[in-house]
Design a protein around this ligand. Structure first.
Ligand code: EPU
Length: 339
């Protein structure tokens, strides 16, 4: 195992922020991962997967472990009549895994096409898009406990998934490294999900009446490419903020003044409102402050146009947070991890 010194993390985070890791190692086996976690020369290592859900605002003065575990294997091809279990190593790129499924006619993750990041970090924030969340196909995951290097299997229940949330963001924050995720996928009788408006509309426009997994994946890719910046071209971390959930009473007040506000009821008492809409109303869509800014087609996405520092992006985030709070009395909070 090779531990490098003073390595730029620019290519390891999708925001493309150029900070240095004091020490850096890429691991491709669980044994090496355990060895590094146990090594007292490098206390409290920082784990990086696809680097797609973080904003690095300063150098990382510790060991950065880049989790590069690879493999995809069918662990049970007759789990149920219609479903198989597929175990995928944490270092596999999420979108390549989705394409693997679509090309092998395995259903369940096609709506999650083109989400940046790796499989191993997908459970942490229960990634989601276009009517589907990771938890819908999640069967279990394996993880190594950072302090003891013990391996543990987490079931769906153990993970306590919520909207962009899981046990790994709460009680067990920074305690485990997820090494693989096992998915429950359909091999026949796929449950095609076209409930999200833009998917439905795009399929209709293309006159596709019986969409296949490939059709759904292609439509999602098309929708995402029309709204979301490609991290290879413009640094970004997807949605920077979570969509806030407010009380019915607060929403009723808000709607008196902003009659056109989009909303999604959650149960009978709470309402989720799109942060992208709030940010657009506050006048930030497409705004640029030096190289840090707000995407011009989706205000929820902050971008690095080239050489922004993490602190500059964070400064824009703070401006937005204050303006939205001032205008709507709603505090929007980051979805990404700010380091
Ligand atoms: N909207 C605006 N202005 C904007 C952006 C959005 O008015 O600049 C309005 C839209 O018109 C629409 C509503 O806000 O009425 C919702 O917009 P959209 O469908 O684009 O979804 P979102 O709520 O902004 C969420 C996820 C995305 C995911 C999409 C589609 C969060 C924080 N974000 O965005 O996830 O792709 O739904 O399912 O929940 C990500 O997490 O990185 C991500 C991109």
């Amino acid at each position: 195992m090779e531990v490098l010194e003073n390595v730029s993390l620019k290519k390891y985070n999708t925001f493309g922020i150029d900070v240095n890791a004091r020490y850096f190692a890429s691991v491709s086996s669980i044994d090496v991962l355990k060895e590094l976690l146990a090594d007292e020369t490098y206390p409290n290592p920082f784990i990086i997967g696809g680097g797609s859900n973080m904003l690095l605002t300063k150098d990382v003065d510790r060991l950065v472990i880049h989790c590069d575990l690879k493999s995809i294997e069918v662990v049970d091809d007759t789990f149920t009549k219609d479903e198989i279990l597929l175990k995928v190593a944490g270092g596999e790129n999420w979108h390549e895994f989705v394409l693997y499924c679509v090309n092998h006619d395995l259903g369940g993750v096609e709506n999650l096409s083109l989400i940046p990041g790796n499989v191993g970090t997908s459970p942490i924030q229960n990634i989601g898009a276009y009517g589907v969340e990771l938890k819908d196909t999640f069967y279990s995951c394996e993880a190594v406990h950072r302090a003891t290097q013990q391996e543990r299997v987490f079931t769906l229940e153990d993970c306590a998934f919520g909207y962009r949330d899981s046990v790994f963001k709460n009680e067990l924050k920074d305690q485990y490294v997820i090494t693989s995720v096992t998915f429950k996928l359909t091999k026949k009788n796929h449950k095609i999900n076209t409930e999200y408006g833009a998917i439905y509309d795009t399929l209709k426009a293309k006159e596709i009446t019986h969409p296949t997994l490939v059709d759904i994946s292609n439509v999602v890719i098309e929708i995402r490419q029309s709204k979301l910046p490609d991290p290879k071209k413009i640094g970004n971390s997807g949605s920077f903020f979570k969509n806030p959930v407010i009380s019915q009473a607060q929403f009723t007040e808000l709607r008196k003044e902003h009659t056109e506000i989009p909303f999604y009821p959650i149960g009978n008492e709470q309402i989720k409102v799109p942060a992208g809409w709030l940010i657009e109303q506050a006048g930030f869509k497409g705004k640029r402050f030096g190289d840090a800014g707000v995407h011009d087609k989706q205000a929820l996405v902050l971008v690095n146009h080239g050489n922004a520092t993490g602190a500059e992006v964070w400064g824009v985030a703070m401006k937005i947070q204050a303006a939205v709070n001032e205008m709507f009395g709603i505090k929007i909070v980051p979805e990404v991890n700010v380091i």
